[in-house]
Design a protein around this ligand. Structure first.
Ligand code: HEM
Length: 478
């Protein structure tokens, strides 16, 4: 079989020293110019296939989605340790257990009918807290990281347990430490990859392995705290009351005979797929939004004009306002494109030899989807490093249709059988937070600044902004 385009690299180490390990997607973007949209990268003896263009990514995820819905288990030591031997939705093979777990979670975070009302009620409760915290800063410069994190994490906790936590509570602190350590220790091809390829390095004081051990301990503690809390909440449930908690649905499924589920599935789904994936992505995105918006006064004024016209100041935002607020939706799309918080998506693996854009991706390959490149490809996007919601608007100010090339080239949640489980939830939360903040505040730059250019963001499993401060000035509304 013909080799995929690649750079030779060094003997033994291969491409290890050529890849910017703190931001691999930037190196892969550069290489796309020479190697094309489908190429391979070798780190020691382990090989990845990188797909970069919209056409290649769409062909793999959608047109040939079934061939690419697997998950790699080779050279994946870090994920294996963190996910109880690949027991969560993100890492399970596309089998019956995966289907079952996805279905249970989907039902509980569904975003239509009564599900939508519940998400809306939970989110607005949390947003009320966010607004009060912002007001409490009395227009002084502050870092919004913790309060954003608290708001987003508590939405997940409310869905999971029917209970929220303050930032002084032990569970909150543990989850925050878990997330911040994990997004660095588990990045797809950055630091720590050596442990995937050479697991025996753990016997020689490997730094990433020490971090992994701390993460395993934190995961266990979070799991125990969540279980304890669930039992406490069980006692508070009134006779005949509808139990809508995701935790209860998962526990019921576990106790069904022949379900094929074990405690390790629940432990990894709850801690990683729900608490971690549901919090890390959205909280980093919203944090970045505040950084961006504090420097884009013109965008902010347009958002405020729209929210004032459609909602006014007498009532809170609701999800049904979305359809009447194209500028807010366009800003949300632009935020997802510009920041590309999951730059290399999640690892996929191919079941069989599959031709992508005329190149054969061998069976069993670990595939990285360079969503970052697709979202910043200079051959497609005009001025990709400028924040311009207008690229998602038509000349008459309406939102461009879903079939417009700009919408098609936006795939922040992936696509196909392994599309993000929380897409609808994430989009709804983003809309509610952005519109509510714009209704209440002018967001101005604070005393500490950090770059918001996507090329300068900090690396990890998700991209994030370095610490910064803002001033939240309450708007004087009539
Ligand atoms: C802005 C927010 C979010 C972004 C940008 C995002 C992005 C992604 C991406 C790119 C994937 C991989 C898709 C693929 O491989 O084709 C993914 C998968 C996943 N996401 Fe999200 N996500 C977000 C929010 C959430 C939330 C809120 C949850 C929790 C409810 C969540 C849970 C998951 C899970 C469990 C998977 C694995 C799905 C599977 O393999 O079947 N994500 N996400």
């Amino acid at each position: 079989m013909k080799c995929l385009p690649h750079y030779r690299g060094w003997p033994v180490f291969r491409n290890l020293f050529q890849v910017r390990r703190e931001r691999p997607e930037l190196t892969f973007s550069e290489w796309t110019k020479d190697l094309g949209p489908v190429f391979s990268v070798k780190l020691f003896h382990s090989q990845f296939v990188v797909l970069s263009s919209f056409e290649a990514i769409y062909e793999a995820l959608v047109t040939k989605g079934n061939s690419f819905s697997g998950k790699p288990t080779k050279n994946a030591f870090r994920a294996e340790v963190m996910t109880d031997q690949f027991s969560n939705i993100v890492r399970l093979q596309a089998n019956q257990t995966w289907k079952k777990l996805r279905l249970i979670c989907h039902k509980k975070i569904k975003i239509y009918d009564t599900g939508m009302k519940r998400i809306e009620a939970i989110s607005m409760n949390m947003i009320q807290f966010l607004v009060e915290e912002f007001k409490g800063t009395n227009q002084t410069s502050f870092n919004p990281k913790d309060v954003i994190y608290n708001t987003v994490m508590n939405t997940m906790m409310a869905l999971l347990l029917g209970k929220t936590f303050s930032k002084d509570e032990e569970l909150f602190k543990k989850v925050m430490e878990f997330e911040q350590t994990l997004i660095r220790a588990l990045s797809p091809s950055g630091r720590g990859t050596e442990l995937d390829v050479f697991p025996w390095l753990r016997f020689f004081g490997n730094k990433t392995y020490k971090t992994l051990k701390r993460l395993v301990e934190l995961k266990k503690q979070i799991w125990e705290m969540v279980m304890e809390e669930a039992s406490r909440q069980d006692l508070l449930l009134k006779e005949g009351e509808d139990d809508v908690r995701l935790m209860s649905a998962l526990k019921d499924a576990l106790s069904e005979e022949g379900s094929g589920l074990t405690e390790k599935h629940l432990r990894s789904v709850i801690t990683i797929d729900i608490v971690l994936a549901g919090t890390a992505t959205t909280s980093n995105l919203l944090y970045l939004f505040l950084n961006i918006i504090s420097r884009h006064r013109a965008v902010q004024m347009k958002l405020q004009e729209e929210v004032d016209r459609i909602i006014g100041s007498d009532r809170t935002v609701c999800l049904t306002d979305k359809g009447d607020m194209p500028y807010t939706q366009a800003t949300q799309f632009e935020l997802l494109r510009y920041s590309s918080v999951t730059p290399l998506a999640m690892h996929q693996s191919s079941f069989e030899d599959t031709v992508i854009q005329g190149k054969t991706v061998p069976a069993g390959s670990t595939v990285l989807l360079n969503l970052y490149h697709m979202h910043h490809d200079e051959d497609f996007w005009e001025n990709p490093f400028e924040f311009q919601p207008e690229r998602f608007l038509s000349d008459d100010g309406g939102l461009i249709s879903a079939s417009h090339p700009n919408r098609c080239h936006l795939m922040p949640f992936g696509a196909g059988p392994r599309v993000c489980l929380g897409e609808a939830l994430a989009k709804s939360r983003l809309f509610l937070v952005i519109a509510s903040l714009m209704q209440k505040f002018d967001i101005l730059p604070g005393e500490v600044s950090a770059p918001c250019d996507p090329r300068l963001l900090e690396h990890g499993m998700v991209l994030s902004s370095a610490p910064f401060q803002i001033v939240a000035k309450e708007r004087l509304l009539n």
